[in-house]
Design a protein around this ligand. Structure first.
Ligand SMILES: [Zn+2]
Length: 251
């Protein structure tokens, strides 16, 4: 359901796109059979305010915020800002909501997984993630998967230096990178979507669903990986090496 006060045409476009994203995200997450999940009183509500100022006043969000997903009330709140809304914010926030709802997470979802799934729903990011990953890989800027899954991104801020381990290079060695907070956040987001994209695109949606269900049921990351990807991955180290093999396999 889309709530708006102005620009009916834009609201209609939001509605059409939202329906299409819903189908795509549900199938990416391995839930095509439950596509009735969000019908009737379970429908998500999308609030479009006429401008940024009104949005920020109503939502009480910080100045940089373009929109937000409210899990508890299943709402997406933003303002009419054209392409950025339709192509980026809408699929991203919908994916956050669908992911929690479908998988049935009760508590916290690991940030890398949550942000990875949300970005994978953005058509432009999905298209570019492999190329961007390969660029970072070539420049020795990628963080070890162990550091990515344990990083509390909320504690990383702008200019503070952060020490973080690199991935294993071709000789199997790691180096200690020292970057500023902003770079760490940017690379973290790329790796998050790169890892999720790798798991979904390379092994399929069913295994990914199984992996998420294991996590939801309280299994550790390694247990969930072994369960869903037993033939190839049974540890965070394996996840890193399989993912790197995938990235290095094509140009
Ligand atoms: Zn997000």
């Amino acid at each position: 359901m889309v709530y708006f006060t102005q620009d009916k045409e834009f609201a209609q476009e939001v509605l059409n796109k939202a329906e299409a994203y819903y189908v795509q995200i549900a199938s990416d997450l391995g839930y095509p059979r439950y596509s009735a999940f969000w019908t009737w009183e379970h429908r998500v509500k999308i609030y479009i305010y006429p401008d940024r100022q009104t949005y920020q006043k109503v939502s009480n969000q910080p100045g940089w915020s373009e929109g937000m997903a409210d899990y508890r009330n299943k709402r997406i709140i933003s303002y009419a800002h054209g392409e950025g809304f339709l192509d980026t914010l809408l699929p991203h926030e919908m994916a956050h909501l669908i992911f929690r709802d479908f998988v049935g997470f009760k508590g916290e979802v690991a940030t890398w997984l949550d942000e990875g799934v949300a970005q994978w729903a953005e058509p432009l990011k999905r298209e570019r993630v492999k190329v961007v990953s390969q660029y970072l890989l070539k420049n020795g800027r990628f963080f070890s998967v162990a550091d990515v899954v344990n990083l509390d991104i909320r504690k990383v801020s702008g200019n503070n230096r952060v020490a973080i381990h690199s991935i294993r290079d071709q000789d199997g060695k790691r180096t200690l990178l020292s970057l500023n907070g902003k770079e760490v956040v940017d690379i973290f987001y790329v790796e998050a979507v790169s890892l999720v994209g790798f798991l979904i695109a390379h092994y399929g949606a069913d295994s990914f669903t199984e992996f998420c269900r294991q996590l939801r049921d309280g299994k550790s990351l390694e247990e969930a990986l072994s369960f869903a990807y037993s033939t190839r991955i049974s540890s965070v180290e394996d996840l890193e090496s399989e993912w790197l093999r995938y990235l290095r396999s094509e140009n």
